[in-house]
Design a protein around this ligand. Structure first.
Ligand SMILES: Cc1ncc(COP(=O)(O)O)c(C=O)c1O
Length: 313
């Protein structure tokens, strides 16, 4: 259950948590017209710092543009709002949720100027998504019977609320069948991603991940893993992955803001590699957590301290 904080940012001002309400007939409730982000603020050794705030906010703007939603706040303004919100709510670490919706007014599918664009940012305390234990030992997953949205249906590159109806089907089916998560294939039958995570595969020392054309979200953590692999001289390529490669991989792992870097130890009850976290996954995790927790120098400039004025990096 979510633990409320003091304030939520709405259209340029801070309002009380309990006042962040919308009308039931807002455009978003019937038609799924929202775009959003999920961002982590980590407790580092030098105070709370937000991970890749500009990249997430840029993706929010991209998600909105695809749907012809004009966010009335610039990337800088939204970044400043997020940093202020974490300060005001006095959190050491948290999850940030910027959310842009088409609001109340016109009730038909066609949004008009009578549906105001409402911009919110909330934040709250949040732990590990697939569990502490999962981060170390890996999780058991399945291939979903649901496929990801086909190209030219719901755009996968936009992090839109409506896409998460598909994610819910994947996630619920996995849970009902006793799995921690489901992996969806794309409409051509190639591996796409988890309900809320990108996927990486390791075979013979090389990392492979599905390309953006395989209906995946362009994950910020996906990009982080790609940069880390490059930096660590681990070969990595984007390419189509047939389902059966999941079963014969040496290592598999998820990446995502929520899941961070989580190893996968089995798919459809077939053991992946040795059935535990593999050496490449562990190496990437060590680098990732070292940086986000402030134990390793932030050589990529990924962290923004909540005390830092926007534009200072
Ligand atoms: C469907 C989906 N894929 C991938 C990701 C991972 O993206 P990121 O690393 O930006 O959190 C997420 C999480 O936002 C997601 O919901």
């Amino acid at each position: 259950m979510i633990k409320p904080t003091d304030k939520i940012w709405h259209n340029g001002r801070l309002i009380d948590w309990n006042d962040a309400k919308i009308h039931v007939l807002s455009h978003v409730t019937s038609y799924g017209s929202s775009v959003f982000e999920g961002i982590r603020c980590y407790a580092t050794t030098s105070g709370p710092a937000v991970f890749r705030i500009r990249e997430h906010t840029r993706r929010l703007h991209d998600s909105a543009k695809i749907y012809r939603i004009d966010i009335p706040y610039s990337i800088d303004e939204l970044c400043a709002a997020m940093l202020e919100l974490v300060r005001v709510n006095k959190l050491e670490s948290c999850y940030l949720r910027p959310l842009v919706i088409r609001g109340y007014g016109n009730v038909s599918v066609m949004p008009t100027k009578d549906n105001p664009i409402e911009t919110y940012v909330a934040c709250w305390e949040w732990g590990k998504y697939l569990g502490e234990e999962g981060l170390e030992n890996g999780v058991d997953v399945c291939v979903s019977s649901w496929t990801r949205m086909a190209p030219n249906t719901l755009p996968a590159l936009s992090k839109a609320g409506a896409n998460y109806m598909n994610s819910q089907l994947v996630r619920m089916e996995a849970a009902i069948n006793g799995y921690a998560e489901g992996i969806a294939l794309d409409s051509n039958g190639y591996v796409s991603e988890g309900s809320g995570e990108n996927l990486f595969l390791v075979r013979d020392g090389k990392i492979l991940t599905p390309p953006l054309g395989a209906s995946v979200l362009p994950g910020i953590t996906r990009d982080t893993v790609i940069q880390l692999a490059q930096d660590l001289n681990i070969p990595l390529a984007e390419g189509l992955i047939p389902r059966e490669m999941l079963y014969i991989a040496d290592e598999l792992f998820f990446s995502g803001t929520a899941a961070e870097i989580t190893p996968i130890r089995s798919v459809d009850r077939i053991t992946v590699g040795k059935g535990k976290r593999g050496p490449i996954t562990e190496k990437l995790q060590r680098e990732f957590f070292g940086i986000v927790e402030g134990r390793t120098p932030d050589r990529f400039g990924w962290l923004t301290p909540v005390t830092q004025p926007v534009g200072a990096r």
